[in-house]
Ligand binder design. Structure first.
Ligand SMILES: O=CN(O)CCNC(=O)c1cccc(Cl)c1Cl
Ligand code: NI
Length: 182
């Protein structure tokens, strides 16, 4: 099982590289890695398992964070009454809103061992295409928390960290018309 020691931290070059497309259909090895990433998220959200294995909680995870330079992400969280639990190959934002949004509580990252207070401006709505673990093609129209999490993960595939989006001298500045996601 993946644990916190498998997660690379700021300063590791892989976090700043662009990850490579996964050739499909995915190999058994790539499917195994993606399944383990999804399991990490589930385990990290289980108080008993997280405590036992000292797991930091996460709602998403990108392969570069476990030093695998491939375009694979996992997400596991509930947003309102919609449960998102996916392992995805080659996720791609194919369109997005002009309007922006940000998480009122800010963002955190398993690869960043320090709090970085401030708002992370992101697209309020995104349309994402990807191939799921079972090989099916997904076409997702996301808003709210889901839109933010998917952008955080897809950023990791492009070597982008959440604080790259933050205004350095005004971390709590809010872009014109941006909506706060509570
Ligand atoms: O890349 C994934 N991680 O670093 C996992 C840890 N961070 C989170 O779960 C997290 C926390 C707050 C906001 C967002 Cl958008 C995310 Cl994603
Ligand atoms: Ni992260």
């Amino acid at each position: 099982m993946l644990t916190s020691k498998d997660i690379i931290r700021e300063g590791h070059p892989t976090l700043r590289e662009s990850a490579k497309e996964v050739s499909l259909p995915a190999s058994q090895e790539d499917r195994q890695i993606l399944a383990e990433m999804l399991d990490y998220l589930k385990n990290s959200q289980d108080p008993v398992i997280a405590e036992k294995h000292d797991l930091r909680p996460g709602v998403g995870l990108a392969a570069p964070q476990i030093n695998v330079g491939k375009r694979m992400i996992a997400v596991h969280f509930v947003d309102g009454d919609i449960q998102y639990s996916y392992g995805l190959f080659n996720p791609k934002i194919i369109s997005h809103s002009v309007q922006q949004s940000f998480l009122a509580e800010g963002e955190g990252c398993l690869s960043v061992d320090r709090p970085v207070p401030g708002y992370v401006p992101r697209y309020a709505k995104v349309r994402v295409k990807a191939t799921a673990l079972d090989g099916s093609e997904l076409d997702l129209r996301l808003k709210g928390l889901a839109a933010i999490v998917f952008q955080h993960e897809i950023d990791h595939l492009n070597g982008i960290m959440f604080y790259d989006h933050m205004s350095s001298n005004e971390p709590f500045s809010i872009p014109e018309g941006a909506i706060a996601i509570e």
